[in-house]
Design a protein around this ligand. Structure first.
Ligand code: MN
Length: 237
């Protein structure tokens, strides 16, 4: 009976200061509410373990987190680069191509969008405030379940079709952002300052990522629930 529910691998969070693996309940709650079984992965870049885990899962959720090491896109660290999570980089840069190869549904949130872009050959602003000074503020203060800037949806994109609006007000707490878009990605939403806020890999069943945090707004916001709902429906197959 359990297998009627899709099992979704969730990449774990890493607390550098506490040297501790952790998770925000909102990610798993949002998946559970849509009828999925969330399975938090071990924090490892061991390929045998990750292959085994993907084998048993119907989808992959890439969570938020630390900055991505710029050496993965051929840049030296900027002085304002934030904390890194090397094992998460290794884990996600291995899992993303495997998931895409198998057409396993994948949903990236915040860092998840950034690492998807890096995995496919794109680059990031390492520090938005200094490298994109004309950008609006993308580091809001709590509470995080409210919109602080607008994004324009590409109307002919699947995201535009799902939400049936031209603009969306979203939360925003990210230090980095997409600089050079990876060749394999298509833009689905852009912020008022031009920053890419949602992408997908065309030709796949569901390989989407957003720069905002639908898990924070999940209780109150229909668009956030619709995103998780579309992802879980794709995982259900
Ligand atoms: Mn933003």
């Amino acid at each position: 009976m359990f297998r009627e529910k899709p099992v979704i691998a969730v990449t774990p969070l890493w607390d550098v200061g506490r040297e501790s693996i952790w998770m925000l309940p909102a990610y798993v709650k949002a998946l559970e509410d849509q009828g999925a079984i969330p399975l938090i992965l071990p924090l490892t870049d061991d390929r045998d373990i990750l292959d085994w885990a993907l084998e048993g899962c119907d989808g992959l959720l890439l969570t938020g987190g630390q900055d991505v090491d710029p050496r993965h896109y051929g840049e030296e660290p900027h002085p304002k680069l934030g904390e890194l999570a090397p094992v998460r980089d290794g884990q996600e840069l291995y899992l993303i191509p495997r998931a895409l190869e198998q057409d396993l549904p994948l949903f990236g949130i915040c860092r998840g969008e950034q690492i998807l872009n890096v995995a496919l050959g794109g680059s990031l602003y390492q520090d938005l405030p200094s490298q994109l000074p004309q950008a609006l503020s993308h580091s809001m203060k709590p509470p995080y379940d409210r919109g602080v800037h607008r994004v324009s949806l590409v109307p002919e994109s699947p995201l535009g079709a799902l939400l049936e609006v031209e603009q969306l007000s979203v939360n925003s707490r990210h230090h980095q952002g997409i600089k050079a878009l990876a060749p394999g990605l298509e833009v689905m939403a852009v912020a008022e300052d031009g920053l890419v806020e949602a992408v997908r890999v065309p030709g796949k069943t569901f390989a989407w990522a957003v720069q905002w945090h639908p898990e924070h707004a999940y209780e109150a916001d229909g668009a956030s629930r619709a995103l998780f709902g579309a992802f879980v429906a794709a995982c259900r197959g």
